[in-house]
Design a protein around this ligand. Sequence first.
Ligand code: G4P
Length: 538
Amino acid sequence: MTGSYPASRYRVPVSAEEEVKGQAARRRTFAIISHPDAGKTTLTEKFLLYAGAVVEAGAVKARAGRRAARSDWMELEQQRGISVSSTVLQFDYRDHVINLLDTPGHRDFSEDTYRVLAAADAAVMVLDAAKGVEPQTRKLFEVCRSRNLPVLTFLNKLDRPGRDPLELLDEIQEQIGLDPAPITWPVGIPGDFRGVLDRRDGSMIRYERTARGTGEAGEQRLSAAEAAESLGELWAAAQESSALLDEVGASFDPKRFLAGESSPLFVGSALTNFGVRHLLDAVVDLAPGPSPARDSSGEQRPLDAPFSGFVFKVQANMNPAHRDHVAFVRVCSGHFERGMVLTHGPSGKPFATKYATSMFGSERNTVDDAWPGDVVGLVNASGLRVGDSLYESAPVAFPPIPTFAPELVASVHPRDLSRFKQFRKGLDQLEQEGVVQVLHRLGGDPNPVLAAVGQMQFEVFAHRMEHELGAAVELGVAQERTVRRTDAQTVPKLQEAGGVELLERRDGTVLAVFPSPYWLSRLENDHPDWTLEAIVNS
Ligand code: G4P
């Protein structure tokens, strides 16, 4: 865009375009992917601590009150939409602006969790060193892979007894097909973690514990000779493992990392703060900043082109007192200034951005400026849907956000048949918002079937149908199913094979629901030419 820009706090702008590029280069927008309890919340808190965004860890969710906060969350009034407490945390670190996107955990696991990754430029995969790769990590990693997202790995909880880290490297490679490239390596034995060997220069960083890690961990860098003298056999063992890693070629290669093939790996303990700084430094030094986004025709829109962005998540009624509707927009190009009037891609209508917010924990702040990589929460955005583009002057549409096949299906009926009209209207609205998928059986059965990735989607659906849309529903028990997208050629073959339920979405997409994963793999093996895809574009 052209026009007047507020003077940058960070550099003297040579031109508006250069300022956009400079601001974009300072951004790191990433998400943490992990299985529940691997330590995502703890690590998030520690990132904030090291960035100076909080003085004492525990600000994101007060530790003592956390369990209580979690059960509060289960109150539907509070969990309207998805994670109320945070969608994006923005903080400064080393003259960079970090946007940490929240990927909600187990109870909240939903299609939104996947969509959030569409707005990230990189991911940090946190593994519990005692457990290794767990199911939810695997699922989220699949999304990263589908987008070639670079992934950094953090082996967490090394302060307590866990598995042999070398064995964990094999597991990462075998189970998710990513080549780990350890940059730091533990010194000590599981449960007696003394520090890390920095494989970049062969030195050691020794840590000192603080009480529950509320303050930064004391760090002392030792040369290899000093480490050998002070730690003897423990150091020799770490060096031996590191030499073994050299031999098998587990070294960091930036190209393979950026291509999503290899993952720089860091070890540590989020609880005691060991290794947290290295990881955060790696986000700044290794993870990519925003790059020009491809539009739906495959053209790249330069970062300094006029403003453009896409909606990756919508949350209705986050605040029940206000009945608001927030659309989260990832900025792809240009400079966002609050108050600017954008064009809504799908409708071509103007969209005024008077109410733009960012979130920090549960606080909302007004956003006046945003740059590529940032996320803006647009309030009163009931016309905006996931995947919609917003732009200034030069029109753009972005490709659909890939969604994954649902894993749960449930039947649904209106509780009161006299409210059938409200029931239909409500279904339409919540389907459009992406709360659940609404499907119909091929062959004319008028009763809809709901499909989702997480159980909470059904709960939010039922709650909103009753309290907001005036149509209470009866939900059948959600069944876990293996679902694949199929096409018109494969449909008759599946009908002939039998045992498969065929459901159609409003956009014409047909989903095949298998009674078990075994039936699917048998059909896949016998008929490799059939279309049975796990990725379903929205
Ligand atoms: P999540 O967001 O991924 O679900 O995990 P979260 O950070 O909530 O951590 C889950 C549990 O693991 C917490 O313990 C947390 O203290 C612990 N934890 C996280 N990182 C580490 C680590 O590096 N080392 C050790 N030993 N534990 C770690 P909790 O008992 O469930 O909660 P709390 O009582 O500690 O709050």
